[in-house]
Design a protein around this ligand. Structure first.
Ligand code: AMP
Ligand code: ZN
Ligand code: ZN
Length: 422
């Protein structure tokens, strides 16, 4: 009888925990008791939109009419230059911290930290919520520190209490919530009483990156994903317009996309003795952490001798332009040996997808991303040259009237201040 009772209890608890999981998975998280400072109420509003993998030329190539029209009323850059490596987490986090990946610590979608002896992976829910992986002060944290509320409908880092603070309103990452519901949530945020209303809102789209990987940058499916985003951003801008608030839009992407050689993946298995190294793979870049430091040279020699379609560097010899060597390695997460693929080749043990990114933008121009901005704070019809994504942070801070330690970041205000109305 007791056994039966225990079993029933166990099933009940399992069902409750499942229901809680299902609930929290898509439910908005609200931090209680947050209010805008009274001196902050007149600040403008900024919606920071990221469309993952929206290459610099997609707007024209796929005739994204709404975006073209919105950009024509604001600012358009020739391109936004991603930081190296041009993958999602490092670049989203560079955009919101103004720092190169090796300076903010989120150096890959996958990271091995030898001091912690642990791994970060973007699909590991526990790791993404652990603030110890994230350096710098993201723009939403800076805002919250200065009593200006923030909200996030997804952004790498937004689920971790960085410097002890989460965004006032946020959703845990989940690709299932329909776009209409997501737009509605933004309108609801902007319809809150002014003391509770967020001034900086992040909004993220995964669809274009997904299609680019699966079908390649030139595929009709990628064109379709661009058109989906084009319509969704237009719908968002119309819905927001109805609130009558002075809302500015900053539209960015984290990197581009290139067609890769699927037939000849770079298979490192024969060259890497996994009993001697810990490895973090990011597709176009591999960090090799050698357990016994006395063996670095010997292992490097093997990888150097095997160089085909990639380059092998000792950490101290990685060219400084990558900002990915010993001098830049503030969190000691870069491998003792760094392997960098030459486009269109890709590190993989199986046949890779047709589209990929991660390469250095000056070597592979297909990595160039997009920057557009419009709204009451921006000049109209401004066309600006390509610039690095670390310079967006000072722009956002200036628009929101937030103070930050200028010397602590890599981005410079002078790069973008000309796009703002005086
Ligand atoms: P990448 O391979 O660098 O293109 O990574 C893109 C992937 O990152 C997308 O497929 C998304 O599903 C995933 N992603 C983006 N933002 C988040 C997030 N905030 N949390 C978890 N996964 C994310
Ligand atoms: Zn991405
Ligand atoms: Zn991607």
């Amino acid at each position: 009888m007791e056994k039966c009772y225990n079993l029933a209890l166990a099933i009940f608890l399992w069902l409750v925990s499942f229901a809680c999981f299902a609930q929290t998975d898509t439910a908005q998280q609200v931090i209680p008791n947050r209010l805008n400072g009274t001196d902050q109420l007149t600040k403008p509003y900024v919606i920071l939109i990221s469309v993952d993998g929206f290459r610099y030329d997609y707007m024209e190539k796929y005739e994204a009419r709404h975006l073209q029209q919105l950009a024509s009323k604001g600012v358009e850059a020739d391109a936004l230059l991603p930081s190296f490596p041009s993958v999602t987490f490092p670049n989203h986090y560079s955009i919101v911290t103004g720092m190169y990946p090796a300076h903010h610590g989120l150096i890959g979608n996958t990271i091995y930290d030898p001091a912690k002896k642990s791994r970060y992976n973007m699909s590991n829910a526990k790791a993404v919520k652990d603030p110890s992986w994230y350096g710098g002060i993201p723009i939403w944290t800076l805002a919250e520190q200065q009593h200006l509320l923030s909200a996030s409908f997804y952004w790498p880092g937004s689920e971790a209490p960085i410097a002890g603070l989460l965004p006032s309103y946020y959703y845990p990452y989940n690709e299932k919530i329909p776009i209409a519901q997501r737009i509605h949530a933004v309108v609801e945020w902007l319809s809150l009483p002014e003391e509770k209303r967020p001034h900086i809102i992040n909004f993220y789209f995964p669809e274009v990156d997904h299609a680019g990987h699966r079908y390649g940058p030139d595929a009709p499916e990628t064109a379709q994903a661009v058109h989906f985003v084009d319509s969704a951003v237009y719908a968002l801008s119309l819905a927001v317009q109805k609130t009558g608030l002075p809302v500015n839009f900053v539209f960015v992407s984290d990197h581009g996309m290139t067609t890769i050689n699927q037939d000849e993946p770079i298979n490192l298995s024969p060259l890497l003795d996994t009993t001697k190294v810990d490895v973090a793979f990011n597709g176009t870049i591999v960090d090799v952490h050698v357990r016994d430091k006395k063996e670095i040279k010997a292992i490097y020699n093997v990888l150097k001798a095997g160089e085909e379609h990639y380059r092998a560097y000792l950490k101290k010899k990685v060219p400084s332009k990558y900002h990915y060597g010993k001098k830049d390695d503030r969190f000691k997460r870069i491998g003792d040996i760094v392997l960098i693929a030459n486009a269109p080749y890709y590190f993989s043990i199986k046949r890779p997808n047709p589209g990929a990114h991660g390469y250095y933008v000056y070597d592979t121009p297909d990595m160039k991303a997009t920057f557009l901005a419009w709204g009451p704070g921006f000049k109209e019809g401004a066309h600006i040259p390509a610039f690095e994504n670390i310079h967006i942070y000072p722009l956002l801070a200036k628009m929101l009237g937030l103070h930050y330690e200028h010397h602590a970041i890599d981005g410079k205000m002078k790069v973008l201040e000309g796009v703002l109305k005086n």
